[in-house]
Design a protein around this ligand. Structure first.
Ligand SMILES: Nc1ncnc2c1ncn2[C@@H]1O[C@H](COP(=O)(O)OP(=O)(O)OP(=O)(O)O)[C@@H](O)[C@H]1O
Ligand SMILES: [Mg+2]
Length: 535
């Protein structure tokens, strides 16, 4: 070992001496030219090729440099000991990591290994300038095998740019856009008003059957990653979801969960503020991709009556004064939209017509408490691809609410610490009670200070009372009546309405009942198989 170190030291001494001689004998230009020549020679015989991505491209920043910085710091496995810089863009709630100076990172793409080196060097004295460049010259040097060049470029760079855009978007807060200004434009000519959207609802907090929830999340993932699928099938890259069910069952919460899950912004379209189809088209054109366009309570937004059903009786004619004093019948019963001319066909085109293809990667979500009132054309596949019935609270959904509201850490803890008899009671009575998750949450919030078991007992009492009054045809108390969206009428009237709801959703092909979710033709799924899938 000792000899090894002495030899190394003498070699280094000799090298330093030689360097000194070269510096003294040869002028700097010659040395630089020789260094460049040697560099070219080594590269010519090297199995690798190198690409520099400088931070500055002339006076402007190089977009690829920023994208590489973001991509490497969040996805590539930094070599051991890599240092990361921390930053937080304006209006973002999460941090963004950047790769610290002079570090080397390995990555792989399409089965080929690549190496990135972050090189930082002081900038040689730049003269006075009104817009001085950064003190240091930064660049990433990409090293790839010559044989991998076709496979990697430009696909790898496109992948980096897309990934960086996705990381940037997810680190920004969601935005909620509203059009509640009656079509007026803002200073930039945009009809939408953005506000930060910080809704806490996620698929973890959403109380619904886990299997149905998984199916919806899988469908959303397929959609978000389905650009090739939509291109191959010639379909516009959009997808429609209809959320229907009684008030307080989680329709709005589901929308927020979707937006948080996909990292999409939300456009809350208030149809009553839109005066014409042309304005509707303009609003759509001004939405960005990777967004969810929502029309809540669509059955009450504009008159989209179900054309398949007999038209509602014409409003009673009422005499209106006329010039000659004789009574003239006001044909449209005075109910005429005050200057509003949004039509069903305008909405149909909006969701699945020529207009709907302006812009990709958009999700349309309609919500309603009365699906039977909607025109079947609005519900057909291609418009509302997935119809999700937000039902009254089921026992699996109730368990999620018990965990979220009473602080049980897991199902196992709920079963271990929860009172077994009370749990059995809740399972037995929850369906008969036809209680909405909103009402269950209310009971749990009211009783959360009296302790977990006491709160569960209280909830069980409420379920029994509701089930009892429902059985007597009382609809389970005021809230249940509202929640049911049904008059406290007799059983047969409710059965009739339920039948009607089911008929409204019967897909023309199969004529089957829609119990929970019906989805047809999702990205990456076989339409027929999917359409048959019931979740
Ligand atoms: N499935 C659910 N999971 C978790 N919380 C829920 C659920 N449904 C309702 N809630 C709670 O009840 C409240 C109302 O829910 P939400 O606004 O989503 O109901 P909705 O179906 O949109 O009602 P509406 O039809 O009246 O608009 C929310 O604060 C939410 O916390
Ligand atoms: Mg709602």
């Amino acid at each position: 070992m000792k000899e090894y170190l002495t030899t190394l030291a003498s070699l280094m001494g000799a090298f330093a001496f030689l360097q000194g001689v070269l510096h003294a004998v040869f002028p700097a230009e010659l040395r630089a030219a020789v260094a460049r020549l040697l560099g070219r020679l080594t590269r010519a015989f090297s199995p690798y090729c190198y690409f520099d991505v400088t931070e500055m491209d002339g006076m402007s920043t190089n977009e690829i440099y920023d994208a590489v910085q973001l991509y490497l710091s969040s996805t590539a496995a930094p070599s051991s000991g890599a240092r990361l810089s921390l930053s937080r863009p304006l209006n973002a709630s999460s941090f963004t990591f950047g790769l610290a100076a002079s570090d080397r990172v390995a990555d792989a793409f399409a089965g080929a290994a690549v190496t990135w080196e972050h090189v930082v060097a002081p900038r040689q004295g730049q003269g006075f300038s009104w817009r001085p460049l950064p003190e240091e010259k930064r660049r990433f040097t990409l090293r790839i095998r010559r044989g991998d060049r076709e496979k990697l470029l430009p696909a790898y760079l496109d992948h980096i740019l897309a990934a960086a855009a996705d990381i940037r978007r997810r680190s920004q807060d969601r935005l909620l856009y509203t059009n509640a200004r009656g079509g007026a434009m803002d200073a930039r000519g945009l009809p939408w008003d953005p506000v930060p959207f910080k809704h806490p609802s996620t698929f973890d907090t959403l109380a619904m059957d886990p299997a149905r929830k998984d199916a919806i999340m899988a469908d959303l993932r397929d959609f978000a990653g389905g650009s090739e699928f939509y291109e191959r099938t010639g379909r516009a890259w959009k997808r429609g979801y209809l959320l229907y069910g009684p008030p307080g069952t989680g329709k709005s919460s589901m929308i927020a969960a979707m937006a948080n899950y996909l990292g999409y912004d939300v456009y809350d379209l208030e149809l009553t503020e839109v005066s014409s189809n042309a304005e509707l088209r303009k609003l759509l054109m001004k939405t960005t991709s990777k967004s969810i366009i929502v029309i809540e309570d669509i059955d009450c937004s504009v008159d989209l009556t179900n054309r398949a059903k007999p038209p509602p009786p014409a409003p009673r004619p009422r005499p209106t004064a006329s010039i000659d004093g004789a009574g003239a019948i006001d044909q449209d019963g005075g109910a005429g939209a005050a200057g509003r001319s949004i039509t069903l066909s305008g909405l149909l085109n909006f969701t699945d017509g020529l207009w709907s293809c302006c812009g990709a990667e958009r999700i349309f979500v309609f919500t309603t408490n009365h699906v039977e009132k909607l025109d079947p054309a609005l519900l057909r596949s291609g418009r509302m691809d997935m119809k999700i019935f937000m039902s009254y609270c089921t026992f699996p959904a109730l368990r999620i609410l018990l965990k979220n509201y009473l602080g049980f850490q897991s199902d196992e803890e709920l079963d271990r610490l929860g009172d077994a008899a009370v749990m059995r009671g809740l399972e037995e009575w929850v369906d008969a009670a036809e209680i909405t998750p909103a009402d269950v949450s209310e009971v749990l919030i009211k009783n959360r200070r009296s302790g977990k078991i006491e709160a569960m007992r209280e909830l069980l009492d409420v379920l029994k009372i509701r089930a009892g009054s429902r059985r007597r045809g009382g609809g389970g108390g005021a809230a249940a009546t509202v929640a049911g969206g049904k008059e406290a009428g007799g059983e047969n009237e409710e059965e009739e309405e339920e039948e009607e709801e089911k008929r409204a959703l019967e897909s023309p092909k199969e004529g089957k009942e829609q119990a929970g979710i019906d989805s047809c033709g999702g990205a990456g799924q076989d339409d027929e198989a999917e359409a048959k899938k019931q979740v």
